[in-house]
Design a protein around this ligand. Structure first.
Ligand code: PGA
Length: 260
């Protein structure tokens, strides 16, 4: 198979204004093009603006959630079909903040991923353990349980998703997993995917949790880390561009990483 093209996705969360978004995206465009795939997931109301700012840049855009329902009487929800109309390439599903604050279950997250795929979007499915789960030695069991619900729902189509491993204790805390801690979990996830799909070696597995310009390169050098889901640093053009450049270096093979 060919090498995996690194993917860097910005997760703006509930941040931004129309004015600052335009500035951020103009600076990001100016810093590109990158030899990695780059995408930004913005709040829903900004999708039109973001699409206008990024059109023709090669940088993709997406959303941070979608409904598990096709259409209908679900006040406040946004359908995957609607995101597709706005040219979204990606949609994050199962972010830990949604699992926590909106009580999203593993099966609900899997249903969201299924609908995203059905509408031509690439779901970025987040998995990750809490600090207590890591300390209790259950990291592997937790991420496998989360991913297995998605595999169960999608079957061999699971090869069309992107998985993001985001240890909850590392999100927004400045405490990044060490490259070897992250690699260990990525390797478990790829093994689990390999049991479900012959294409597991082509899938992109992202790391997320306090990724910044200083730690990105070392994370991307790990054999099973194919990019990043970036929160805080994606709101600063210089930092996010530096992370995209670090991923481009991996794509160009300057770290010597083997991607077979
Ligand atoms: P962070 O967030 O980079 O600010 O830690 C990552 C995420 O939650 O996706």
């Amino acid at each position: 198979m060919g090498g995996r093209l690194p993917l860097v996705v910005g997760n703006w969360k509930m941040n931004g204004t129309r004015v600052t978004n335009v500035e951020l995206l103009a600076a990001l465009r100016a810093a590109g093009p990158f030899d990695a795939e780059v995408s930004v997931c913005c709040p829903f109301p900004y999708l039109t603006d973001v699409a206008l700012s990024l059109q023709g840049s090669g940088i993709g855009w997406g959303a941070q959630d979608c409904s598990q329902h096709e259409l209908g009487a679900y006040t406040g929800e946004v359908a995957a079909a609607m995101l597709a109309e706005f040219g979204c390439r990606h949609v994050i599903v199962g972010h830990s903040e949604r699992r926590l604050h909106h009580a999203e279950s593993d099966t609900l997250v899997a249903d969201k991923a299924r609908l995203a795929l059905a509408h031509g979007l690439t779901p970025i499915v987040c998995v990750g353990e809490t600090r207590a789960e890591r300390d209790g030695g259950s990291t592997e069991a937790v991420v496998k349980r989360q991913l297995s619900a998605v595999i169960h729902t999608l079957g061999h189509c699971v090869s069309q998703i992107v998985v993001a491993y985001e240890p909850i204790w590392a999100i927004g805390t400045g405490l990044t997993a060490t490259p070897s801690q992250a690699q260990a979990v990525h390797s478990v996830l790829r093994g689990q995917l390999a049991a479900a799909s012959t294409r597991a070696s082509e899938m992109r597995l992202l790391y997320g949790g306090s990724v910044n310009a200083g730690n990105a390169q070392e994370l991307f050098a790990q054999p099973d880390i194919d990019g990043a889901l970036v929160g805080g640093a994606s709101l600063r053009a210089a930092d996010f561009s530096a992370i995209c450049r670090a991923a481009s270096h991996v794509a160009l093979g300057s770290t010597g990483k083997s991607r077979t």
